[in-house]
Design a protein around this ligand. Structure first.
Ligand SMILES: C[S@@+](CC[C@H](N)C(=O)[O-])C[C@H]1O[C@@H](n2cnc3c(N)ncnc32)[C@H](O)[C@@H]1O
Length: 252
């Protein structure tokens, strides 16, 4: 999981010591994968500007600040790196819409159940899934995200992980999430010359099989695309309408 490519290249991504050192060395802000401008259509479509938002693994990205500049009123940012949290808290001390806390997303017991309307995750589940005990960490984090979401609330996951890699974790019946998938090309992606396929309507959800996988006929234009999973927490009464996913033992 380096800044551009689409796979883990170190186990350290799950380690606070790694991130502290990295944020100490790299003072400039950096947004992984995509900037807010590219994500804005999805954020604005699924998250109201009055929503209470939890940004998990905020790092030193500009995303939250951009959201405030776009009208968002209440964003709680958490990260396991005390270095990142200190830098960001200082930088945004005069922006009351932004709050920062050092926290491990696998244990967010500081917050009561159903505290947030929305949780935004750009690269943090990915970081955990590059670490040791990846499956356990991912399940712990997603269990916490599910607990913290209000009914009707949305978990917006921006990741390099395709449905094969992410759906087994997201489609747990106990979360009761209705999931829509969107795929956007990496920044700067150019269609190969002579390619005359129609431009994909990125704001349209991608059709999925009952198991949450891409249809075999579906073609991803950019092999380094980013995947946006919009997971909406449904009422218990809707529980029966969600197709169960065959989970392997390591996910449970
Ligand atoms: C790939 S970076 C993404 C940063 C930011 N969201 C962005 O879009 O640029 C992953 C972030 O997750 C944080 N992180 C890793 N493990 C974490 C954990 N267990 N709890 C909270 N944050 C974690 C790291 O410190 C890092 O800031």
């Amino acid at each position: 999981m380096n800044r551009d490519a689409s796979s883990c290249n170190t186990y350290d991504y799950g380690d606070a010591v790694y991130w502290d050192a990295r944020y100490q060395q790299e003072a400039d802000s950096f947004d992984w994968y995509q900037r807010y401008a590219a994500l804005r259509p999805f954020v604005r479509k699924f998250i109201s500007t009055t929503a209470s938002v939890l940004m998990v693994g905020c790092g030193n990205a500009v995303m939250s600040e951009d959201m405030v500049n776009d009208g968002y009123e209440d964003i709680m940012n958490v990260d396991i790196s005390s270095v990142a949290v200190d830098i960001m808290r200082r930088k945004h001390q005069f922006i009351p819409q932004l709050k920062y806390m050092e926290m491990d997303v696998r244990d967010m017991s500081f917050f009561p159940d159903e505290k947030f309307d929305a949780v935004v995750d750009k690269g943090t589940l990915d970081a955990l899934m590059c670490g040791t005990d990846a499956s356990i960490s991912a399940a712990q984090m997603l269990g916490e995200v599910s607990r913290l979401l209000k009914s009707g609330g949305v978990y917006l996951l921006i990741t390099y992980g395709d449905p094969k890699a992410r759906m087994p974790y997201l489609m747990r019946p106990s979360y009761n999430w209705k999931i829509a998938l969107f795929i956007i090309p990496r920044p700067g992606f150019q269609r190969p010359e002579g390619c005359n396929t129609l431009e994909k309507p990125y704001l349209e959800p991608v059709p999925l099989t009952d198991n949450g996988l891409l249809l075999p006929s579906f073609v991803i234009e950019d092999p380094d695309s980013h995947f946006i999973y919009m997971c909406q927490k449904m009422d218990d009464s809707d529980l029966n309408n969600i197709a169960p996913y065959p989970l392997s033992a390591d996910v449970l």
